[in-house]
Design a protein around this ligand. Sequence first.
Ligand code: PMP
Length: 314
Amino acid sequence: MAMTKTDKIWMNGEFVAWDDAKIHVLSHVVHYGSSVFEGIRAYNTKKGPAIFRLGEHIERFINSAKIYRMQSKFTAEQIERACLDVVAVNKLTDCYLRPLIYRGYSHVGVNPIGTPVETMIAAFPWGKYLGEEAITKGVAVKIGTWARMAPNTLPAMAKAGGNYLNSQLLKLEAVEDKYEEAIALDTQGYVSEGSGENVFIVIKGELITPPVSSSILAGITRSSVMRIAKDLGYTVREAVIPREMLYIADEFFFTGTAVEVTPVTSVDRIPVGNGERGPVTKAIQDAFFGIVTGELPDRYGWLSHVPTGAAVRG
Ligand code: PMP
């Protein structure tokens, strides 16, 4: 599916035309995967577009860069401001934001020291990641044959471009085998996460999700759902999950910026529960979508409203 172009992309502090936002083919990032990024959504609310948990996303962004000793020329505050601006300048409402910090063009050796550290932010419309129907009907997944990175190989907590080679292998396998998504186990054989989403299971009314030590990305939707679920009165636990627990769970769902909250209705062709979206998943979806779209009060302060009109720079 082709991307919908917008007008301008923010690159190193300036807005450039979408078609001019280019880098050299010998940039370090192209050869060695030296980038960290974020995926953020903005939703159209009654008070105009609002970015979901912008502060937390930019905090993780800066932390991912820190792990790889990449120092952006811009502060967290400047990057947050630029995210709001890029939505406003492109007159977007519902959209997806893609900030990236990467090592640019200077020399071709692996040693990253001395490469220029560049920062860019694009924003564009993006619909439901696994299709419109996935949110209500759910998706079919398999356990992938590729494991998530072992903790002493690549840091899973950094949202780094290179980690998505592992995600691509999982996704390719899923699509080729006619599943919507693949779940990776960690190198111990316990459930880790999907190619681009965290997992939750519901057993006897209790929510369980793998801990950070299971090689997961600490998802911001994951932490939002943990909070929402607790406030709805559910018990939420982070616990190591053996593969077979997925087969006998009452409910199973994904969380992530792209998938939002999406039910998983079968694993390895074994139906989860009765094979339909379950009531706990539905209750969490209702609260989550209510908050992000501004239909329910923003009781956690998760929305950053995009200033429009005179306040827009660029
Ligand atoms: N795990 C991986 C590997 C991901 O790429 C993502 C998407 N960023 C997630 C989990 C979910 O994280 P978040 O809820 O912050 O989007």
